[in-house]
Design a protein around this ligand. Structure first.
Ligand SMILES: NC(=O)c1ccc[n+]([C@@H]2O[C@H](COP(=O)([O-])OP(=O)(O)OC[C@H]3O[C@@H](n4cnc5c(N)ncnc54)[C@H](OP(=O)(O)O)[C@@H]3O)[C@@H](O)[C@H]2O)c1
Length: 257
């Protein structure tokens, strides 16, 4: 059976691909950097003897996602899992980032994730087996995040979208969950412009986050928060009054700027 991993060229997606290959999944690796995907593909094919399709593409181009599912159908690949992981953020005062950047973020974190899910559901409905979707959201999707306002809002979309789909579909055929990591070691922070050397919270590794995601891929839980510190943060976000949560989050985010 195949698993699709978007954003497999680095960080959480790369580690997720490694774990899936170790667990005998064939893989469809998606990201823009072909060299990185090829390198990972060679490593995993020789280590685990799995089949791998490298699909280097910009997911924000709608036609690319349509082509991806057409290729899957044409090649008659049996796909069971979709890990919608590709995403990026920006850590700035809202007006200090160009709108183009936000537009690209919304296209990747929201539009392409939605299109991938749509294509996958259509594919699974036409197949005789079940499908599992794990959408990589963030603890940033569980409460508003000052200085990452658009990013946090895109991840709140992912959480809401995933919760709605998990209620809409029969879990025996299609299961959905949202993985909500906290700060994780990856290229994410350099791209977002965050200074994480002085992180106010402990950071998990991408491998730890991916392992947690994989272990819970088929669980009945819809929201998956890896690590004790992140679970505690998510809990405080739920129980404390919203203005206090915003004040604390703002203070923490200021440490990262
Ligand atoms: N790191 C954290 O602290 C953290 C915390 C919570 C949630 N997350 C979420 O975890 C997910 C993975 O992030 P990460 O931490 O692993 O960061 P990362 O190392 O920067 O990985 C991001 C991945 O997305 C791919 N990507 C970016 N733009 C793309 C595009 N237009 N088309 C196709 N692929 C694209 C990148 O590959 P190419 O550049 O090769 O395209 C890369 O493989 C993201 O959704 C992020 O929001 C991260």
């Amino acid at each position: 059976m195949y698993a699709i991993v978007t954003g497999a060229s680095s960080g959480i997606g790369e580690e997720y691909a490694r774990i899936l290959a170790r667990n005998r999944y064939d893989l469809i690796l998606v990201a823009r950097r072909k060299d990185k995907l090829k390198q990972l593909s060679e490593e995993l094919k020789s280590a685990h003897g799995v089949e791998i399709e490298v699909m280097d593409m910009d997911l924000t181009v709608m036609k690319n996602v349509t082509d991806l599912f057409n290729k899957i159908k044409k090649k008659k690949l049996d796909v069971e899992v979709l890990v919608n992981n590709a995403g990026f953020g920006a850590n700035t005062i809202f007006s200090e980032t160009e709108f183009d950047q936000y537009n690209a973020m919304i296209k990747l974190n929201i539009t392409s994730l939605t299109q991938m899910t749509h294509g996958f559901i259509e594919y699974i409905e036409g197949s005789s087996h079940s499908g599992y979707v794990q959408n990589v959201a963030s603890v940033a999707g569980l409460a508003p995040v000052p200085y990452m306002s658009v990013y946090g809002a895109t991840k709140a979309y992912v959480v809401s979208f995933t919760q709605a789909l998990s209620a809409e579909y029969d879990r025996a055929k299609l299961s959905f969950n949202a993985l909500c990591p906290g700060m994780t070691i990856s290229e994410f922070h350099e791209i977002a412009g965050s200074k994480v050397d002085d992180s106010p919270v402990p950071m998990m590794t991408s491998a730890e986050v991916a392992q947690f995601g994989y272990e819970n891929l088929k669980s009945n839980k819809t929201i998956l928060v890896p690590g004790f510190a992140n679970k505690f943060t998510a809990f405080l976000g739920r129980v404390l009054p919203k203005p206090i949560v915003l004040k604390i989050t703002k203070m923490m985010m200021e440490r990262l700027r």
